[in-house]
Write a new protein. Structure first.
Length: 422
C-alpha cells in the first residue's frame, strides 16, 4: 500500500472517530423512528470526506427541514467489489438500503438481476427526467424502463508540479502534451501515469492526437489501431522504457500524489478529489506546490467523464419517500452545493447557474467536462475497459507488439460495441 492510501485511510479512520458523520446503525433506533411514523430512508454512498461533510452538514439537514416527516439515515461505504456483492446479496433478500449512490457502470448488472425499482412508476417521473441532462440518462435505461437518475459527473485534470516547472523556466505548464513529454525526457522528470486503464491513459492519448473510438462511438477499428493512436501510445511506451513512467504502472503505479507535490513527477492526471479531500489548510498547501489544468486536446471529445447515479433498491420499505429524496438530490439546490467541490450537475438549470472562479482549482475540471465523452452512453463500457487494459498491459510488458496489440484490442472492442445493438 502506498503512502498516499495509508494517509487517506488514516484520515477516514480519524474522521469517523471524531463522529463527524451522522450515521445511525442501531436497528432499535431505526425501529423507534418507524414507530414514531417517521418515514426512514436508508441511503448508502461512497462520498469522500469533504463530500460527506457537505452531505451531512448541509444537504440532509436542508432536505429534512423541507420534508420533516422523512429521516435520512446515511451510511458511508468503501468503494470496492465487496460493496457491489453486498448490495446484490442484500437486495436479493429485500434487506438492502432504500437508496444507493451507485457507479453508473454497475447499474446494468443490477437491473438485469431485477434488483432496482423502476422509476417510471412515479407519476411525475417524466417531469423530473426532462429537467436532467439527456446525455447522462442512458445508464439506467433498459427495455423502456428507467432505473436510475444521474446525480453527478466528474473528470480528470492534468496536475503539474509547480517547482519542477519553475526549475525548467516555466511559469505555466506547456501548452501541448508533446511539449510536456519532451520536457520530461530532457529533464528526466517522471510522468505520473497511474495505471493502464482507459480512465488513466486516454487523457494522455487524446492529448497526443490519438483516440479510442470514432466520433459517434460505434467502432474502434481505424481509431484505436490508427496511426495517430499508435504514435501516441509509442510515446508513452518509450517513456516507460526510459524509466520515466513508474515500472509498476501495469499494477496502478506508484505514489503520484506526493510525487507531483514535492517529488520528481512533472504531471499526473486525477479527479477533483486530489484537492477536495484535504482541509482548507492542506488544500492551500497543495495548490502552492501544484498547478491544475485541463488536459490539452486536439480532438473533441477527449477525456473520459465518469459519474454516479441514484437508484432505489428492490425491497425498499419507503419507495415514495425515497423518490422524494432522489428528486431533491438531483434538484438545483443540492447539485450546486456539490458542484463547489468538482461533482458537476446533471440538472440542466443547475448547470446553467453554476459559476466557477477562474482562480479556483475547480475551473480546470469545469473546462474539461465540456470536452469529455460520457462513458455512461456505452452499455458495455466495463467490458471494453477490461479489453483495453488487458492489451495495454500486454504491450507495456512486451508480450505483444504495439501495432498488433492495438489492432487486436480494436477488433475485440468492435465486437462488444456490436453486442449493444443486438
Amino acid at each position: 500500500m502506498t503512502r498516499r492510501w495509508i494517509f487517506i485511510f488514516l484520515i477516514i479512520v480519524l474522521t469517523a472517530g471524531c463522529g463527524r458523520l451522522k450515521v445511525i446503525n442501531d436497528p432499535d433506533e431505526i425501529q423507534l423512528l418507524h414507530e414514531n411514523k417517521m418515514r426512514v430512508v436508508e441511503f448508502w454512498h461512497t462520498y469522500s470526506d469533504e463530500e460527506s461533510r457537505i452531505l451531512e452538514e448541509e444537504l440532509i439537514p436542508s432536505f429534512e427541514r423541507q420534508f420533516p416527516d422523512i429521516k435520512i439515515i446515511s451510511e458511508r461505504q468503501p468503494f470496492n467489489i465487496g460493496l457491489k456483492n453486498t448490495l446484490i446479496a442484500r437486495a436479493a433478500s429485500n434487506r438492502g438500503p432504500d437508496v444507493v449512490r451507485m457507479k453508473t457502470t454497475w447499474i446494468p448488472e443490477f437491473y438485469q438481476l431485477k434488483l432496482l425499482f423502476s422509476l417510471n412508476q412515479f407519476s411525475d417521473f417524466q417531469n423530473v427526467r426532462s429537467a436532467l441532462n439527456p446525455e447522462v440518462m442512458s445508464a439506467g435505461f433498459h427495455q423502456y424502463h428507467d432505473y436510475s437518475l444521474p446525480l453527478d459527473m466528474y473528470v480528470q485534470a492534468a496536475i503539474y508540479n509547480r517547482r519542477l516547472l519553475s526549475q525548467a523556466g516555466y511559469s505555466l505548464p506547456p501548452r501541448t502534451m508533446e511539449e510536456t513529454l519532451d520536457l520530461a525526457r530532457k529533464k528526466r522528470y517522471m510522468i505520473g501515469l497511474g495505471g493502464l486503464n482507459a480512465w488513466k491513459t486516454l487523457p494522455y492519448i487524446y492529448s497526443l492526437g490519438g483516440s479510442l473510438f470514432d466520433p459517434s462511438f460505434t467502432k474502434a477499428t481505424g481509431y484505436l489501431d490508427g496511426q495517430a493512436t499508435v504514435r501516441a501510445v509509442r510515446k508513452l511506451l518509450l517513456l516507460y522504457k526510459e524509466g520515466l513512467i513508474d515500472p509498476m504502472v501495469g499494477d496502478d503505479g506508484g505514489d503520484n500524489w506526493e510525487g507531483v507535490k514535492s517529488g520528481n513527477v512533472l504531471i499526473t492526471g486525477e479527479g477533483p478529489w486530489f484537492y477536495n479531500i484535504w482541509t482548507d489548510t492542506e488544500r492551500h498547501r497543495a495548490l502552492q506546490f501544484t498547478i491544475p489544468m485541463s488536459f490539452p486536446f486536439d480532438k473533441v471529445p477527449s477525456p473520459v467523464a465518469d459519474g454516479e447515479d441514484l437508484v432505489i433498491m428492490k425491497g425498499s420499505k419507503q419507495p415514495e419517500a425515497a423518490w422524494i429524496f432522489l428528486k431533491w438530490m438531483t434538484g438545483k439546490e443540492a447539485q450546486l452545493k456539490m458542484s463547489k467541490i468538482g461533482l458537476f450537475p446533471t440538472n440542466l438549470e443547475a448547470a446553467r447557474s453554476m459559476k466557477v472562479n477562474r482562480d479556483s482549482y475547480i475551473y480546470p475540471y469545469r473546462e474539461a467536462i465540456d470536452h469529455a465523452f460520457l462513458k455512461t452512453s456505452i452499455k458495455n463500457w466495463d467490458k471494453i475497459d477490461e479489453v483495453y487494459t488487458l492489451y495495454m498491459r500486454k504491450i507495456f510488458r512486451e508480450e505483444i507488439s504495439l501495432k498488433i496489440g492495438l489492432t487486436q484490442a480494436a477488433e475485440a472492442i468492435d465486437r462488444l460495441l456490436a453486442e449493444k445493438k443486438g
